[in-house]
Each structure stands twice: as structure tokens, then as C-alpha cells.
Design a binder for this molecule. Structure first.
Ligand SMILES: [Zn+2]
Length: 308
């Protein structure tokens, strides 16, 4: 079986104002990085409203739809704007995650990567935030739990920013374990280790500015991986942000390109032991275009090797 890669040209039509770091060129860098790879390439489908409503209220979806502009930009939040193509791109980012869960749980591959934008892990229940409109990965978790009937799903978020949205959307979900490593202090300000979820189902691993390969690997080996092993998920979801890379302009961690390959391999090892190798990963941040392309390539190369 080949790793499934979900993407769509509509992701290029979500434009942010000039100078915004979450730019169309990010997706072009990701696509260039994957260009030569032999993958099971699929179009990320549009999601039904019903999928968004697994995590967000109708009033919020209505507000996003009402904000969608015919031209130019309209803001949902100081960092989060909509262009005419944003709503469709966001529906494909959710739809890609939902389809990836369906495909992996349906046995079509053991691994899948969703290379869509906008990202999702900062979107809270009724609040767009940090370039994110809908909680793509939390919706994927709910899809696995409520549609497929799984009992336990884990989400690992290694984006340099805390996944406050995923934490908010899954705070009271005992069937989901959310593990996030992130630089602290940094946007969005949450992610303290004392934030543990309503059912001790959240594990926050804040990292000091400057944290590099050795220390990040120690934190994952000592804290994240044992927690995942204990939880014994039936599916591992990944919020794959690449802005912990030392070259990233928005943050100050010192991860190398190889670290993204390392963490992917270790998560695949866990998935092999716990859940028949099943991993669905989705793109979150990463704002240095060269580092993003190289890091995505390192991540996907491992997912591809471990897909069969
Ligand atoms: Zn980020």
C-alpha cells in the first residue's frame, strides 16, 4: 500500500494580505517537495457542513460564511483573514482530513498526509484564530470516534505554537488524548503543563526558546511516547507544523530537518505497536519556505516508507 496524499489546487486560492506569513507560496513549497515522490495522490474533497459541526456550532459556521468576501479581504480575527477563495480552501482542508481518516481506517493505506491550507489547530469552538478557521485535526478525531466508532484516538501536535484550538475542541473528550509540544512563552500563550483537560486527556509539553534536537528528543522519549503508549490509541493523528525548525522566522526553537524525520519514525514505531501503523498527518505551520519544503519531505518520506 502506498501513502495517500490529499491536496487540491483550491488551497492556492486562499490568499492572505501581502506580507502575511501564511502565504500561498507555502503550499507551493510543499507541493514542490512532494513532486518527485511516488504517492497515492488524491483530491481533497469538500467537506459537508455536518463535519464542521462535529466541532463548531452552526452560529460560528454561519459567521464564517457571512464573512466570506466577494473581493479583497475580510477579517475574522487580527491574524485571520478571508479572501474569496478561503471558504472553499478551508472546506477542503477539513474534507482532506476526514477523507484521510476514512481511507486509513478503511484499510486503503496505513499512512496519509493532508497537504492543505489554511491550517486548523488554533481555531477554537467559536473563534477563528492564528490563521485557522476550522479545527481540521479535531474534526478528524471526532470523525474517527463518532462515525467509525473508535474508542481512543491520539493527536500529536509538534507545531511550535500550542494547539489551543485542538485543546479547546477536545478538552472534554475522554476518548481523545491530545499531546502538544510548543515553545513557551509564545503565541497563543496557552499550553502550560497544568492544562490537563477535563479527563486528564491533555498533555502539554512546553519547551524553552532555543530547545534543540537532543532536548526535544528527550522530552518526547520521556513524556510524550510513554503517555501515548499508556493511552493505547487505535489511530494516531498528527498536527504537523514545521515552524519549530531553527530557520523559522516566527519562533525560536532549534529543531533540525532531521528531527522531523526522527519524530515521524518514532510515531510510526508507536503506531506499529499500538494501532496497526495507522497515522493520519495534516499540515499546520512552517514559515521559512526552504525549511518547510525540506521538513515536509523528511516527514513524508518516513510516512511513505511505513505505509505498506
Ligand atoms: Zn505554528
Amino acid at each position: 500500500m502506498q501513502m495517500i496524499y490529499y491536496a487540491h489546487d483550491d488551497g492556492l486560492k486562499h490568499e492572505n494580505p501581502p506580507g502575511h506569513p501564511e502565504q500561498v507560496a507555502r503550499l507551493e513549497a510543499v507541493r514542490a517537495a512532494m513532486a518527485g515522490m511516488d504517492l497515492d495522490r488524491r483530491a481533497a474533497p469538500l467537506c459537508d457542513d455536518q463535519e464542521i459541526l462535529r466541532c463548531h456550532p452552526q452560529t460560528y459556521l454561519d459567521r464564517v460564511i457571512a464573512t466570506s468576501p466577494r473581493e479583497g479581504w475580510r477579517s475574522l480575527d487580527p491574524d485571520t483573514s478571508m479572501s474569496p477563495g478561503t471558504l472553499t480552501a478551508a472546506r477542503r482542508a477539513v474534507g482532506g482530513c476526514v477523507a484521510a481518516v476514512d481511507a486509513v481506517l478503511g484499510g486503503e493505506s496505513r499512512t496519509a498526509f493532508v497537504g492543505c491550507r489554511p491550517p486548523g489547530h488554533h481555531a477554537e469552538t467559536a473563534t477563528a484564530m492564528g490563521f485557522c478557521l476550522f479545527g481540521n485535526i479535531a474534526i478528524a478525531a471526532k470523525r474517527a470516534l463518532d462515525h467509525h466508532g473508535l474508542s481512543r484516538v491520539a493527536i500529536v501536535d509538534f507545531d511550535v505554537h500550542h494547539g489551543n484550538g485542538t485543546q479547546d475542541l477536545l478538552w472534554d473528550e475522554a476518548r481523545a488524548l491530545f499531546v502538544s509540544s510548543h515553545q513557551m512563552p509564545l503565541f497563543p500563550g496557552s499550553g502550560h503543563s497544568r492544562e490537563v483537560g477535563a479527563h486528564e486527556n491533555v498533555l502539554n509539553l512546553p519547551l524553552d526558546e532555543g530547545t534543540g534536537s537532543a532536548e526535544m528528543r528527550r522530552v518526547y522519549e520521556d513524556s510524550a511516547f510513554p503517555a501515548l503508549r499508556e493511552f493505547a490509541p487505535e489511530l494516531i493523528l498528527v498536527s504537523a507544523g514545521f515552524d519549530a525548525h531553527r530557520a523559522d522566522p516566527l519562533a525560536g526553537l532549534n529543531w533540525s530537518t532531521e528531527d522531523f524525520g526522527w519524530i515521524t519514525g518514532r510515531l510510526c514505531d508507536l503506531a506499529d505497536d499500538l494501532c496497526d501503523g495507522r497515522i493520519v498527518s495534516t499540515l499546520e505551520g512552517g514559515y521559512d519556505l526552504a525549511a518547510l519544503g525540506a521538513s515536509v519531505a523528511a516527514h513524508v518520506k518516513v510516512l511513505k516508507e511505513r505505509s505498506g
